[in-house]
Design a protein around this ligand. Structure first.
Ligand code: TXA
Ligand code: MG
Length: 343
């Protein structure tokens, strides 16, 4: 299969690209497209065979359910058993946006593989002009996980999708770099208080301000008897070289590099501008130290940049858990499989 990556940055090509995407999707194919978080790989969520193609292209285990993307808030009623009051409040405040709501599903509408046989469905309305145009032209819901090969960091640029899925998908709609850079927050509202199954673009503080107490499923890798977000049990975002989280302290980082070099090894560092050191064999900056948003935006790209080096290990400098820092540290926890570099 030949993979075409097409930009939608001018009005002439735009219509043709959307028309082609809609054709592919309606005939049961998959299309990669940008959202405000990361690129998604979409297939019509009510078409079992089409959804299968997502799992094939990604090499993703089929017991991991997918998020259903919709183009209009009203559409949610077609897919859920009932809309809880709290859902109305949250949709009003945060849709379109990086908040996925897990609700009781209406049986028999969404393909079974999308929900991995569970009685719930995860739904969001993305806040990206290309994703919204596509959904609105299609007039059908799209199941869409991140458009990476399973186990790779989520793509934040069309080139990342091309790298991972070239020859496996017919079309990538290139809408430039995504903004937020980490995936949506997955919030389970079938329980009280609601539980954040995956921290993401809408942060705990924002949710609590609006709806009161929200729990954070702690230690996502440590699953909990029945994994509520089945994705939590997989090691995601595993870079090629082992990744260690390291304290945000210049002296500790310098000493770590000395130790690593004594062992004749080389290290790539992912960290803020302020901690740049010439001792690092590679240093990929994610922006200013206190700018959590920039760190989220640049994290996956930095991990991919590390993969393109010959580093024996990656040191990722930690940040605090305020705001989107919680999502960043959650992803680093997964990428490191809980490993920390200690002296
Ligand atoms: O930002 C995003 O959410 C991106 C973009 C493309 O929209 N999508 C994304 O999808 O990250 P994916 O498939 O990589 O992650 C879906 C997450 C997984 O952790 C999965 O386990 C959880 O949502 N999930 C899906 N359906 C669920 C359900 N019914 N109950 C609980 N968790 C669910
Ligand atoms: Mg993913």
């Amino acid at each position: 299969m030949k993979t075409y990556s097409k930009m939608v940055d001018n009005p002439v090509d735009k219509d043709a690209v959307y028309a082609q995407a809609v054709d592919i999707l309606r005939s049961g194919g998959v299309v990669a497209f940008p959202t405000e978080t990361v690129y998604g790989l979409g297939a019509i969520a009510t078409d079992e065979k089409a959804v299968q193609r997502i799992f094939e292209a990604k090499g993703r285990p089929a017991d991991n359910p997918l998020i259903v993307h919709i183009g209009r808030k009203e559409d949610v009623a077609q897919y859920v058993a009932e809309i809880p009051e709290v859902a109305n409040t949250l949709m009003e405040a945060f849709w379109p946006g990086p908040l996925t709501l897990v609700m009781e599903k209406k049986p028999g509408v969404i393909a079974e593989t999308v929900t991995a046989g569970m009685h719930t469905v995860a739904i969001r309305m993305p806040d990206h002009p290309v994703a919204l145009q596509l959904l609105q032209k299609l007039e059908l819901p799209l199941a869409a996980p991140s458009a990476n090969r399973s186990g790779k960091p989520s793509p934040t640029e069309a080139a990342h999708v091309y790298h991972d899925l070239m020859g496996r998908v017919p079309l990538i709609i290139d809408g430039g770099a995504t903004g937020i850079g980490v995936e949506s927050t997955v919030l389970d509202i079938t329980v009280t208080p609601p539980v954040i199954l995956r921290p993401g673009g809408i942060v705990k503080e924002q949710l609590e301000e609006l709806i009161g107490t929200v729990h954070l499923a702690t230690k996502p890798n440590d699953v909990i008897e029945t994994p509520r977000a089945p994705g939590m049990k997989y090691t995601h975002y595993a870079p090629d070289a082992p990744l260690f989280v390291i304290e945000s302290d210049a002296a500790i980082i310098e000493r770590a590099l000395d130790t690593i070099h004594q062992q004749k090894k080389r290290a790539a560092i992912i960290g803020p501008d302020e901690l740049y050191t010439e001792k690092a064999d590679w240093y990929f900056s994610t922006g200013a130290m206190d700018n959590h948003e920039a760190m989220a935006t640049n994290l996956y790209k930095a991990i991919r940049q590390c993969d393109a080096t010959d580093a024996d290990m990656i040191l990722a400098i930690e940040t605090d858990l305020s705001g989107i820092g919680a999502a960043v540290m959650n992803r680093l926890d997964k990428a490191s499989d809980g490993k920390r570099f200690t002296e």
